[in-house]
Design a protein around this ligand. Structure first.
Ligand SMILES: [Zn+2]
Length: 819
């Protein structure tokens, strides 16, 4: 009844705003919302319809397209008067974050369905926008709501199409029915099987890259990421759980409570269950709640029970029936309640976001970084996307913390080093992404506990309290090849980063033959490192204009080429030596399907297609036994659980034979559990030592914490590298690895390439005391030669979430450099 009264009053005051003509989602779609899943194109049609019909209060933009060409949308909603001044409102809001102006509006950003199979969110978004335009339009008088109806349309349509194909008619609530069991590739991830709710900071995916500029343009006061959790859980909303990152302000904490209490009021009135302050923490910076938090917003995750399990209706473990309509009602309620709280707290939100962006005093004022050009280029482009200001320094001596040595003292920095300071508008985000080790208030967390970018990018770095004046222009000259002799005997270029790998990948695809030096050499007075690429006229007589072709490709991949007039080196091996090897173009197969993990397979898929630009064949485990492996010379086993049974004796024999004849197997993560300790495998697993001081916990409530002694939750470890091995060409003698779990293997008798020595305390992040002991003297990367071929062991995953830039060359080495 209340609803009707509000509806009519609304009609009266906005007679000319056509609210009375607006169709609800059910009226527009032709079925009652919650009785079917709405496919993305229909969602797009409804939003288009609203933008056309309520054009004075809705502005719709397409901010990009997904990998599968689905449109990505943002709807801006406010009162007709506000919408006429939308750009002014935005400018006034941004001015406030810069410390000027007197804004009078709140900006609320609601993001739906980042996980595709958490499929209620987009349905709820349609009801939410409709009611904001009709019965709840009062909230829009001083609020701008920005709605992203679906962050991940590829994943959501994957789920919805799958569900529509498999559902019973009418839908079946028995949880055993097929419609409640998505297959191997669920709708959660995007096209490349990436989790978009782990990608806000790293921006490896198209959806994130296209969305972020709009987020930066607005820097909302509040950001909500709508999710679903397991089908038997009730509803979760803010306040979040510990650990909180230390940069989160008292106001951000307190306002989460304010919002949570408002939601609770509505949930209590309806007799609905919910929980707060548990499970969902605020630490890892790449989520849809933390990234907004570190950008000054009240960032929140809301979790309905359901996800890909729930379908249109399902019986939960309590014996209740959970329907899609219930799920819509809950997400609708928290969405509207969030806007309500914002509309009632305009002054506080505006004064607090201004404070958030005011200059702060953090432990370190400056980070000074130098190193490999490829990594620096990649890092500066990431900083630009996050609108982090940086400059360049002169060579100097600085007191501070040295990331490589782990020591504090005085260090010399190089001319043209990159300087990024916390004394800037986005200083908080700088601190979070660059500081050596984030303070962890509680080891029980949902995700990895270390991500420091200097380690991820393998850079020399100093963190210092000193405030440094940098130069805005880079004094280091851009790469150019204007001096290249187009008719030289050969061309040489270094090998130490992903630009080099992309350059090589393109050369091989253009049928240009490339050799690589296995040892150091000197030519024309210049030193060259192992891994140097050697492209000679003699190897490539079939290529017309080799010099010009190389010059163009070098420009594209930021490569410096040296032309040489002889293959007779001053020191080392001549180009005709057996130790200068021809690189065989790899013909690559990657295992997919059960038992591989979709996320881990997706990282490899994305690496080949979007990072290396080199073709691969996906071989499904369902028919692998039928495939003649001799078509390929590289086979990659992605991480996954269940390899012990997949790699049965006949599969092992097949793979062993193929390696014997020259195949190269790259086995990653848990795929090693199916290989280690077999008699043809030199990799031996290491067990967790029982701690003599370990006492079984007496207090039942302490069990989770005791178990943490054996865990590693994404921590960074220092490793020793044998960079004379082709698997480590282009690396220094030290490498920082991101370790995701406690699986450990002993050194190989031969071919240990990267490994943890006696000091197994992580440089950043959490590792329990027993896990640290277990990591002593264990392998990270190794190569076993077997017959004509080899097996490459990758215990840690250098492609994890696509952000550990400095590990990617190990993967490229495995493809191109190892025999
Ligand atoms: Zn989710």
């Amino acid at each position: 009844m209340l609803k009707n009264i509000l509806f009519f009053s609304c009609l009266f005051i906005s007679f000319f705003s056509k609210a009375q003509e607006l169709k609800s989602p059910s009226e527009f779609l032709g079925y009652e919302l919650g009785t079917r899943f709405t496919r993305h194109h229909q969602v797009v049609e409804y939003y288009n319809y609203l933008a056309k019909t309520a054009y004075d209060r809705v502005q719709l933009i397409e901010y990009g397209k997904t990998n599968e060409y689905r449109p990505l949308l943002l709807a801006y909603i406010s009162s007709a008067g506000n919408m006429q001044d939308l750009e002014k409102i935005r400018q006034s809001h941004i001015a406030n974050t810069d410390g000027t102006g007197d804004p009078s509006k709140a900006i609320v950003w609601l993001s739906y369905n980042v996980h595709g199979n958490e499929s209620v969110s987009t349905e709820a978004s349609m009801l939410t926008i409709f009611d904001l335009l009709t019965i709840k339009s009062d909230y829009l008088e001083n609020t701008v709501v920005i709605m992203d109806p679906c962050i991940n349309p590829d994943g959501r349509d994957r789920y919805v199409n799958w569900y529509n194909q498999h559902k019973n008619t009418p839908f079946e609530v028995d949880p055993n029915s097929k419609e409640h069991h998505e297959g191997w590739w669920s709708g959660r991830s995007n096209h490349y099987m990436f989790d978009l709710n782990r990608d806000w900071a790293w921006l490896t995916q198209k959806e994130s890259q296209q969305r972020l500029p709009y987020y930066q343009k607005w820097l909302p006061h509040i950001h909500v990421d709508f999710h679903e959790q397991s089908v038997d859980s009730p509803y979760y909303f803010a306040p979040a759980s510990e650990p909180f990152h230390e940069v989160i302000t008292d106001f951000q904490r307190a306002f989460q409570v304010t919002i949570g209490k408002n939601h609770a009021k509505y949930f209590d009135a309806n007799g609905w269950f919910y929980f707060t302050k548990e499970r969902f923490d605020l630490f890892y910076p790449s989520y849809g709640d933390t990234y907004p938090m570190y950008s000054g917003a009240i960032g929140m995750t809301y979790e309905q029970g359901g996800s890909g399990r729930a379908g249109l209706g399902v019986i939960t473990e309590n014996g209740d029936t959970l329907t899609l309509k219930d799920r819509i009602a809950h997400h609708y309620t928290t969405g509207i309640s969030t806007v309500e709280v914002a509309a009632k707290n305009i002054a506080a939100l505006n004064s607090e976001i201004r404070k958030f962006y005011a200059p702060k005093n953090y432990k370190y004022n400056s980070f000074v970084l130098s190193g490999n050009d490829d990594q620096l280029r990649k890092l500066t482009s990431l900083m630009k996307e996050h609108q982090l200001a940086f400059s360049y320094t002169n060579a100097t001596t600085l007191k501070g913390f040295n990331y490589t040595t782990g020591k504090t003292g005085s260090f010399k920095t190089k001319e043209g080093s990159i300087l990024v300071s916390t004394k800037q508008k986005k200083g908080t985000l700088v601190k979070v992404l660059f500081e050596p080790n984030a303070v962890l208030s509680d080891s029980l967390t949902y995700d990895i506990t270390a991500w420091s970018l200097p380690y991820a990018y393998g850079l020399e770095a100093i963190a210092t309290k000193v405030i440094i004046d940098g130069n805005t222009s880079n004094t280091v000259a851009e790469v150019n090849n204007t001096d290249l002799n187009k008719n030289a005997y050969g061309y040489l270029t270094d090998w130490n980063g992903m630009d080099d790998a992309r350059f090589l990948a393109e050369l091989l695809q253009k049928n240009i033959k490339v050799r690589t030096a296995q040892e150091k050499f000197t030519l024309h007075g210049q030193n060259y490192e192992p891994g140097t690429l050697i492209i000679t006229k003699g190897d490539n007589e079939q290529i017309v204009d080799l010099g010009s072709t190389l010059e163009n490709l070098a420009k594209k991949h930021h490569k410096k080429l040296n032309s040489v007039e002889t293959g007779f080196v001053d020191r080392g091996k001549d180009f005709g030596s057996d130790d200068v090897k021809m690189i065989a173009p790899p013909k690559i197969a990657v295992l997919t399907g059960e038992p591989t993990n979709t996320l881990r397979y997706g990282e490899i898929w994305h690496f080949f297609e979007q990072q290396l630009m080199y073709p691969m064949t996906a071989l499904d485990t369902e028919y692998l036994s039928e495939v003649n492996l001799e078509t390929y010379n590289v086979l990659i086993l992605p991480d996954g659980d269940g390899y012990q049974s997949f790699l049965d004796s006949s599969m092992q024999e097949k793979i062993n034979d193929w390696i014997d004849k020259g195949g190269k197997l790259i086995a990653m993560g848990s795929s090693l559990s199916g290989l280690a300790d077999k008699d043809w495998i030199s990799l031996k697993s290491k067990k967790m030592a029982k701690d003599s001081t370990f006492i079984q916990p007496e207090i039942y409530g302490d069990v989770a914490r005791e178990e943490m002694k054996e865990e590693i939750t994404g921590a960074i470890f220092k490793t020793k590298v044998d960079n004379t091995h082709p698997m480590a060409f282009g690396y220094n003698e030290m490498y920082f690895t991101l370790k995701l779990g406690n699986n450990a293997y002993h050194f190989l008798e031969e071919g240990s390439v990267a490994y943890i020595e006696d000091n197994s305390k992580p440089v950043a992040g959490f590792a329990g005391s027993l896990a640290q002991k277990k990591m002593k003297n264990t392998l990270v990367y190794g190569v076993q030669e077997l017959g004509e071929g080899s097996i490459i062991y990758m215990i840690d995953n250098p492609l994890f979430r696509g952000f550990w830039e400095n590990g990617k060359l190990f993967f490229a080495n495995a493809l191109f450099m190892v025999n």
